[in-house]
Design a protein around this ligand. Structure first.
Ligand code: ADP
Length: 327
């Protein structure tokens, strides 16, 4: 019987628990023995590896975060600790490891795979930032977008009641995906992200005209990547002459009940990963590309820059040169 293990590394996302459930269920179904590694790469070094049972995943599908915990590990960046991690996997007879994580975790996984020939490694893109090259979807993104949507909808209520501008900072590290999709789908008046050029003078002209016509409030979505949220609040106060408030959504974007979409995506990602391990892959990442789940070489994923797709950027053009909206 083949022993396979799973761990979560880097930032947690909603949908990881659904992935753990599918991992255990499908491994047994395929005649494999599933193992959990607790606490990410730290746990791999500390030998926190144990056999998983159906009872470990009962009732966790609807819970955000990850039951087996996650971590960031400085030690794992050193080869000597990775050697210990490999020995621990061998001690449990593990021949395949699934890593739920982001770009950094995959770089670590790549290092591990270069240092051994007897274990297969497969990554599942898991980050709310949706910033991994080679895949159009990362686990957790839909739940994060819905959390942001709920927050913006609530803020709109108070913004309209008080006649204020609200500047809402959205996560995404260097990537504007979350901010752009949130701005589009919540009908925000302004969206500032690194990928779309913007001109505050153009916004000013538009907003003053709209104010003149009766607009009493504004919703602005700003990507954390730009590091200018406070400046934009000030800009609204000074240039648009409207009382303004800042909301930094922060970690509420990471947690919460996983959406149906994330649960289903978790199932597909894990199924593809286990199938690939059964077939004996060495080092790949499961990617979602044009409606299909494919295994791609890790070098085409972890070491490439992610670009927001052209169709989405085309929708985002409205924020590059905002059109005057009749109010
Ligand atoms: P994410 O996977 O969400 O991008 P991080 O970038 O924090 O999160 O990476 C998670 C972990 O992956 C790090 O704490 C470290 O243990 C490991 N890692 C990241 N980059 C490397 C690297 N170049 N070499 C070895 N391990 C790495």
């Amino acid at each position: 019987m083949k022993n396979i293990a799973i761990l979560c590394s880097g930032g947690d996302v909603s949908g990881m628990n659904a992935a753990l459930k599918r991992f255990v269920d499908y491994a047994f179904d395929q005649g494999m023995r599933p193992f959990f590694v607790e606490n990410g790469y730290e746990g791999l070094i500390d030998n926190k590896i144990s056999a998983a049972a159906y009872s470990d995943v009962a009732g966790i599908i609807s819970i955000g975060g990850t039951k087996i915990r996650t971590s960031r590990s400085e030690r794992f960046k050193e080869s000597s600790y990775r050697q210990i991690a490999l020995e621990n996997l061998r001690e449990h007879g593990i021949t395949g490891l699934v890593v739920l994580g982001g770009d950094g975790s995959f770089k670590g996984m790549q290092k591990l795979s270069e240092e051994c020939n007897d274990i297969g490694f497969i990554g599942i893109p898991s980050t709310i930032d949706n910033d991994i090259a080679g895949t159009q979807y990362c686990l957790g993104v839909d739940t994060a977008l819905n959390a942001i949507r709920v927050a913006i909808d609530s803020i709109r209520d108070t913004a309209s009641s008080f006649g204020r501008a609200f500047v809402i900072e959205v996560m995404g590290r260097e990537c504007g995906y979350l901010a752009l999709v949130s701005a589009l789908t919540s009908g925000a008046e302004m969206c500032l992200i690194p990928e779309v050029p913007y001109n505050l003078e153009v916004y000013k002209e538009e907003f003053l005209e709209e104010k003149e016509q009766g607009r009493s409030y504004f919703i602005a979505i700003v990507s954390e990547a730009l590091k200018n949220t406070e400046q934009i609040v000030q800009w609204f106060e000074e240039e648009i002459a409207i009382e303004s408030r800042m909301t930094v959504l922060g970690h509420i974007q990471r947690g919460g009940i996983p959406t149906v979409h994330d649960r289903l995506m978790a199932f597909h990602f894990v199924t593809t990963a286990i199938d690939a391990l059964r077939e004996g892959i060495k080092s790949t990442v499961v990617c979602y590309d044009d409606g299909m789940f494919l295994c791609k070489d890790i070098k085409d994923v972890a070491f490439k820059k992610y670009m927001i797709d052209e169709d989405l950027l085309a929708l985002g053009k409205e924020f590059e040169s905002p059109q005057h909206k009749q109010v």
